[in-house]
Design a protein around this ligand. Structure first.
Ligand SMILES: [Zn+2]
Length: 145
C-alpha cells in the first residue's frame, strides 16, 4: 500500500499548527510533526496508523506506533479526522471530515474517495430506542476486472 505524505518543512508545520488550533488541540512537538505529514500540504488524505508511523520514521521523527495510534484517535476525538474501519484488522484515518463515501481497492488495500452525492439511501433502519444514528459509513469494496 502506497501512501504519500506531506513534508515537515516550515510551511507544513505552520499549516499543522493552525489545523490543531482550529480544534483546540494542544500543539506538542510530536503532534505538530504528525499533523504536518497529514495536512502540511493542504491536501486531504487517507492514512493507516502504520503508514503514518513509517512516514514519521523516515522523516526522522522518533515516535512509537502506539503514540501514532493515540494521536490519530485524539485527532478524531477533536473532530479533525474520521476513522473509517474497513475490516476488523484495518482502520483508515481521513483528514476530510465532510460526509462522503469511499472506495476500498481490495488489490492495493487503498482507500479513496467515491463521488460525494452519488450514494442515496432510500431507507435506513430505525435506530433502537434511546439511540440515534450518528453517522453512516459507506465503503464500497472494489475488485479490478
Ligand atoms: Zn475520504
Amino acid at each position: 500500500m502506497d501512501q504519500t505524505f506531506a513534508s515537515l518543512d516550515d510551511t507544513a508545520q505552520g499549516r499543522a499548527a493552525a489545523w490543531l488550533a482550529r480544534a483546540q488541540v494542544r500543539p506538542t512537538r510530536q503532534r505538530i510533526s504528525l499533523a504536518s505529514l497529514l495536512v502540511g500540504d493542504g491536501q486531504d488524505r487517507h492514512v493507516t496508523a502504520e503508514g503514518l508511523f513509517m512516514a514519521a520514521k523516515s522523516s526522522g521523527e522518533s515516535v512509537s506506533l502506539a503514540t501514532v495510534y493515540n494521536t490519530l484517535r485524539a485527532f478524531c476525538d477533536a473532530g479533525l479526522m474520521n476513522e473509517i474501519t474497513v475490516d476488523a484488522t484495518r482502520s483508515y484515518f481521513d483528514t476530510c471530515v465532510e460526509d462522503h463515501p469511499h472506495y476500498f481497492w481490495e488489490d492495493t488495500q487503498e482507500l479513496t474517495d467515491a463521488p460525494a452525492g452519488a450514494v442515496a439511501f432510500s431507507r435506513l433502519p430505525d435506530p433502537p430506542a434511546g439511540a440515534e444514528i450518528s453517522r453512516v459509513d459507506v465503503v464500497i469494496r472494489l475488485r479490478r476486472t
